[in-house]
Design a protein around this ligand. Structure first.
Ligand code: 5GP
Ligand code: ZN
Length: 136
């Protein structure tokens, strides 16, 4: 028996407002939404990080994001939306089963999503560019 809440939802052991389901995914409403209509796209396979998912699951992830973003926007008449994946505790992940948030946004909402913009030192941007490119 798993302790993972999203595995339990995927296995229908605990209820959720299921919006969409495929062999590999389940999509449902977030129980404590940032805004009403906030949905979660969850791969059924247990993986803590997006980076642990096999490519075929990651590809379907992209397709479902597009489908659900359109449906959430239409349904909520939102003025925009955020797709957000918190990967790791440091990034704010609380449920340690990879998932993508779709959050409808309104100019009047109280959602603050800002960071301070850092500056690269001399040559540093080129170094980061090469380090990341070297890992592709
Ligand atoms: P995280 O911080 O891990 O990216 O987001 C976890 C999200 O899962 C939170 O927004 C939280 O409200 C939602 N959540 C946690 N437990 C449940 C649950 O049992 N049912 C549903 N529908 N959402 C949940
Ligand atoms: Zn899980």
């Amino acid at each position: 028996m798993t302790d993972c809440i999203f595995c339990k939802i995927a296995a229908k052991e605990i209820p959720a407002n299921k919006l969409y389901e495929s062999e590999n995914f389940i999509v449902f409403l977030d129980i404590s939404p940032a805004n009403k209509g906030h949905a979660l796209i969850v791969p059924k396979m247990h993986a803590q990080s997006l980076t642990e998912l096999p490519e075929y699951v990651a590809q379907e992830f992209g397709e479902i994001q597009l489908k659900l973003s359109k449906a959430v926007m239409q349904a909520t008449q939102a003025e925009g939306f955020n797709l957000l994946l918190n990967d790791g505790k440091v990034a704010g992940q609380e449920v340690m089963h990879a998932h993508m948030h779709i959050m409808p946004r309104f100019f009047t909402d109280d959602f603050h999503f800002k960071w301070t913009h850092k500056k690269y030192g001399a040559n540093e941007m080129q170094e980061y560019f090469e380090m990341i490119k070297g890992n592709l």
